[in-house]
Write a protein that binds this ligand. Structure first.
Ligand SMILES: [Zn+2]
Length: 235
């Protein structure tokens, strides 16, 4: 009887520790979250927290794809067991206003049923030559799914070459289901290729890369809990 009690007690102890760990993980870095709220309330007062579209941090291979506050990072956890596969850049404007540009040269595809998303194939990863990667851009539609993607890239577009800095569309708030808007932002992620050369499922963090070295910014949410990533210099 006593033994069972001990086992139960140890079990309870382990459970409490696990619950605390999960809780810590899911309160997604309060410093950064509170700054997102402050920025969205009054973007003009916090322009120093925002990055500039088409600028480059030092010698980073990628251009920043849009203006705004990089509020959520790669690896941030919003829900138990789920980790953010990319970065979220909040423009601080209404939907359909803040432009989104290509971060790097590549071949653009928009599947026939994509309202708010597109993907650009980069045949030669600038940081790992010989490897093919993809850059994925989403939330470019209004809350009902009316697309803000540039007219040059209609649904069904396949393998159209675009230069870094090409206008792709505008930040929106489409969540994927109508009338269930998210905050106006761009979600950007770097997705790996499968063995056939197609893009892997973007929804799995294991299929994506830490974007930090591509932008020269601290974009890894596991390492950077509090800092709002901005370019520290301007040459
Ligand atoms: Zn996101």
């Amino acid at each position: 009887m006593k033994k069972i009690g001990k086992v139960l007690l140890i079990g309870l102890g382990i459970m409490i520790v696990v619950v605390c760990m999960v809780f810590y993980e899911t309160i997604i870095h309060p410093q950064r979250s509170s700054k997102v709220v402050q920025f969205l309330r009054n973007p003009e007062e916090h322009t120093d927290w925002a990055v500039k579209a088409q600028s480059r941090c030092q010698d980073a291979p990628f251009l920043l794809p849009t203006d705004g506050l990089i509020g959520y990072l790669w690896g941030d956890s919003f829900r138990i067991g789920k980790h953010h596969q990319g970065i979220d850049i909040f423009g601080g404007t209404e939907a359909g206003i803040t432009p989104v540009y290509a971060a790097y040269d590549g071949y653009l595809t928009r599947l026939p049923d994509w309202k708010s998303s597109l993907i650009i194939r980069i045949p030669d990863d600038p940081l790992q030559p010989g490897r093919q990667i993809w850059t994925y851009y989403t939330h470019m539609a209004d809350k009902n799914g009316k697309s803000y993607i540039a007219a040059d890239f209609p649904p069904g577009t396949s393998e159209v070459f675009v230069k870094a800095g090409t206008l792709l569309g505008y930040q929106g708030n489409y969540s994927g289901s109508a009338n269930n808007p998210v905050g106006v932002h761009l979600h950007f992620s770097i997705v790996l290729s499968d063995s056939e050369g197609n893009f892997e499922n973007e929804l799995e963090i294991g299929n994506t890369l830490d974007p930090s070295p591509y932008f020269n910014l601290p974009l890894n949410g596991k390492e950077n809990k509090d800092i709002i990533p901005v370019c520290s210099h301007t040459p």
